[in-house]
Design a protein around this ligand. Structure first.
Ligand SMILES: [Zn+2]
Length: 259
């Protein structure tokens, strides 16, 4: 009777031995020019142009609203500033683009189009990359960057600071003016002569914009801690609705979405 129980085990061990005996290893040999499938040589074609591209694909990414997102970060240390009265004020940075939207106008994220258009023009004509160092600043980040400036137009999407990689700053100034050369209303630039500026070169302005140049040793802040000369550009007048662009504290605080 016990043989009946042992029989399956004996049979299975015999089968395993048989398999090992029958197995015969053979190497797979293939020549280097053996091909299972014939492949056509790939044809390299340039990518098609977008409908709005006239001269062909740009070397650099187009400037969009995305380049203007707030540069704040919780990893920035707390800033301590001594006030005129001698007291100490502490400033905390915001969480940046992950924590809030851009400035909102009529429920949409908004940056004045002239800023985006001008920067794209400079990048396209100069054929050098434009680096946006500070676009929209939420109120927390704006005060963190410049505690003395409580009315920065960065808070309402009407200001930007930028530099152009490996390109003379004077040439950038020329290009900004050239952008308006065919516009009779805006082609005339005046120099700003008041002494309340924080840069040594007199700023320029027409009806629509105001811009100034910071040399390598001027205007450094946490958004502009790089070693290059840069340009600060502001919108003075909204030409689309013929209104002066003014900063409003209430609007700056209410018009962005916290996440
Ligand atoms: Zn922010």
């Amino acid at each position: 009777m016990i043989w009946l129980f042992l029989l399956p085990f004996l049979l299975s061990s015999c089968k395993a031995d048989d398999r090992e005996m029958l197995t015969k290893a053979e190497p797979i040999v293939r020549k280097s020019n053996n091909k299972e499938y014939l492949l056509k040589e790939p044809v390299i074609r340039p990518s098609p142009n977008y409908p709005w591209t006239k001269k062909g694909p740009s070397k650099y990414t187009k400037i969009t609203k995305e380049h203007f997102r707030c540069k704040g970060s919780f990893t920035n240390p707390v800033r301590t500033v001594v006030q005129k009265s001698g007291s100490l004020e502490r400033y905390f940075d915001c969480g940046g683009m992950d924590r809030h939207s851009l400035y909102l106008k009529e429920g949409q994220e908004f940056i004045y189009p002239v800023l985006i258009n001008l920067l794209n023009y400079v990048q396209e004509v100069s054929e050098h990359k434009v680096i946006v160092t500070s676009g929209y600043r939420c109120p927390d980040h704006s005060i963190y960057v410049e505690p003395s400036n409580r009315s920065s137009k960065h808070m309402v999407g009407a200001a930007v600071t930028f530099y152009v990689q490996d390109y003379e700053i004077q040439k950038v100034v020329n290009l900004i003016q050239k952008y308006y050369v065919q516009d009779k209303k805006l082609c005339h630039f005046e120099r700003y002569t008041k002494e309340d500026t924080d840069c040594s070169i007199q700023p320029w302005m027409n009806k629509e914009i105001y811009f100034k140049v910071y040399k390598e040793n001027e205007g450094r802040n946490c958004d502009n801690s790089h070693p290059f000369s840069y340009i600060s550009l502001q919108v003075r007048h909204d030409m689309s609705c013929d209104k002066k662009v003014v900063y409003s504290w209430e609007e700056a605080f209410r018009s962005y979405l916290r996440k």
